[in-house]
Structure formats: structure tokens, C-alpha cells
Design a binder for this molecule. Structure first.
Ligand SMILES: CC(C)(COP(=O)(O)OP(=O)(O)OC[C@H]1O[C@@H](n2cnc3c(N)ncnc32)[C@H](O)[C@@H]1OP(=O)(O)O)[C@@H](O)C(=O)NCCC(=O)NCCS
Length: 200
């Protein structure tokens, strides 16, 4: 199965907003379904802003099967020491259930970090929640360390994590990919469309 990773363009905004809102409703049921501010200002936040980026992964039918983005960090957590580097916040990581545990989120994150590093971003911040299966483990596997745990919200704790940006290994990916196979297979096809990523 060929998976194409693309950097978001203006024409994709409605499709991406629908995908993220639908995915979010599944993992945070009962939450307000109004379009969230970063999505409502998608173009300014992720396409035009120098500290913004959004990637989607598409299956062979062109449908989005996963997404991830980063945006300029809003320094709203005074307890966190994020240093003096340029900081972005990693957000909106979702992988469709049938594509999980096959390396797709890892591949998306590698692409995102490659972009961040090329853009001169120094540090990546995110927060997550223990009720999301595998999320903390996933981020630890991507090199994030826990900075703080807040026991505050209706979703239980908020786990704040961060890591320095670094160059990702070259993404000349003919990484083999089979949904839910868990183990990459030889001669598979998990391609990154570099033209799309670089030339938006
Ligand atoms: C968390 C999520 C993004 C992982 O996506 P994925 O494509 O399955 O992740 P990968 O296949 O790249 O996983 C890489 C590693 O992360 C860890 N990991 C991922 N999912 C895990 C899970 N459910 N349980 C335990 N560890 C997990 C494993 O160490 C895995 O390596 P392995 O499969 O060789 O053991 C996906 O489950 C998802 O979309 N969940 C719902 C949304 C969400 O929680 N987003 C994160 C919000 S911060």
C-alpha cells in the first residue's frame, strides 16, 4: 500500500479540518464540536506562519489516513522551562485505527521534525493524556521527555513533554508498509512525496 505524505495546501483545508474534527470527536467524546481556533485559522496558523506546518498521510484512494502538525508555541504554561530556543507545539496527531502500530505516526513525526529543523526550530513541545492508549509511550519513543504532569482537567492528567529539534534521517523512504502488520515488509511502499512537502 502506497502512503503519500503531503504538506497541507490551501485547497486541502476543508478536508483536513473535517478529518481532524472527526478524529478528535472519537478520542474526546462529548467535547464541544465547534471548530477549534487553530483549525478555524488554518491558513494563517499552519500555511503562512513561519512556525507552522501541517502534514497529512493519504492512502491509495486519496483519503486522509493520518495527520500531524505544529504551530507557534503559546507560552501559557509558566511552570515549564522550555529554554530560549524557538519553540513549536506539536498537535493534531491522529492515525486511523486500521493503520496503527505499523510505523505511520513515527514516519509522520520524522517528516515533521525534518521540516522543523530545516525551518530553524530549536525545540518541540507537546502535551498529551494518559487515557490515550500508547500516546505517552509513543512520544517517549520519539525522543520526548516528560517535563511536568498536571492533575487538572476533565481528561485526567495533562502530561507536558518536550525534546530538542534535530535533523531527521533522510526520508528517501521506500519504507515498507502494511496496515496493522506491525512489522514493515520488504518491497512495500511507503513513500513521501518530497515535491509536495517542500514545494507548497
Ligand atoms: C498514538 C498514535 C498516534 C500512534 O500511532 P501509530 O501509527 O500506531 O504509531 P507507531 O506505529 O509509529 O508506533 C511507534 C511506537 O510507539 C509505541 N506505541 C504506539 N501505539 C502504542 C500503543 N497503543 N500502546 C503502546 N505503545 C504504543 C510503540 O512503542 C510503537 O512501536 P512498536 O509498534 O514497534 O511497539 C495512534 O494510536 C493514534 O492516533 N491514537 C489516537 C490519537 C492520539 O492518541 N494521538 C496522540 C495525541 S498526543
Amino acid at each position: 500500500m502506497v502512503i503519500i505524505i503531503r504538506r497541507a495546501t490551501r485547497s486541502q483545508i476543508p478536508e483536513i479540518v473535517n478529518y481532524v474534527m472527526a478524529s478528535r470527536a472519537k478520542i474526546f467524546p462529548g467535547q464541544d464540536q465547534a471548530v477549534i481556533p487553530d483549525l478555524a485559522r488554518f491558513q494563517e496558523t499552519y500555511i503562512e506562519h513561519p512556525d507552522g506546518c501541517f502534514l497529512t498521510a493519504h492512502g491509495e484512494d486519496g483519503q486522509i489516513v493520518a495527520a500531524i502538525g505544529y504551530l507557534a508555541y503559546d507560552p501559557r504554561f509558566p511552570q515549564l522551562d522550555l529554554g530560549h530556543e524557538r519553540v513549536v507545539e506539536v498537535v493534531r496527531l491522529y492515525v486511523n485505527p486500521s493503520w496503527r502500530r505499523a510505523g505511520l505516526a513515527s514516519r509522520l513525526f520524522a517528516e515533521l521534525m525534518r521540516h522543523a529543523h530545516e525551518a530553524g526550530i530549536g525545540r518541540l513541545y507537546l502535551h498529551t493524556h494518559p487515557h490515550l492508549p500508547g500516546a505517552i509511550r509513543f512520544w517517549e519513543r520519539q525522543g520526548f521527555a516528560i517535563l511536568d504532569v498536571q492533575e487538572t482537567t476533565r481528561w485526567g492528567s495533562v502530561v507536558h513533554m518536550s525534546r530538542l529539534s534535530s535533523p531527521s534521517p533522510s526520508a528517501s523512504l521506500a519504507v515498507d508498509f502494511v496496515p496493522n502488520a506491525g512489522i514493515p515488509k520488504p518491497n512495500g511502499s511507503f513513500a513521501v512525496n518530497h515535491q509536495q512537502i517542500k514545494g507548497f
